[in-house]
Design a protein around this ligand. Structure first.
Ligand SMILES: [Zn+2]
Ligand SMILES: [Zn+2]
Length: 69
């Protein structure tokens, strides 16, 4: 049986549906999707790149990159 999607989490990013997500954090909600992926020490450059790709959260460290209104 597949685990049902957590209804309290409105995030529909497909990383949540993967059993082996390639990233530690979801770029849309910042929740950990794969604890096996180690936390990274990111540089400002990496965060700037992620921001340009419209990631709200960094997939490597989970830091919020874009603050909402
Ligand atoms: Zn998410
Ligand atoms: Zn980061």
């Amino acid at each position: 049986m597949m685990e049902q999607l957590d209804r309290r989490n409105p995030c529909d990013n497909l990383n949540h549906r993967r059993t082996q997500a390639p990233v530690r954090h979801c770029p849309a909600c910042g929740r950990v999707v794969n604890e096996r992926v180690g936390k990274q020490d990111c540089s400002d450059t990496q965060h700037a790149t992620a921001r340009r790709q419209h990631s709200v959260f960094c997939v490597d460290c989970g830091m919020r990159l874009i603050s909402r209104g």
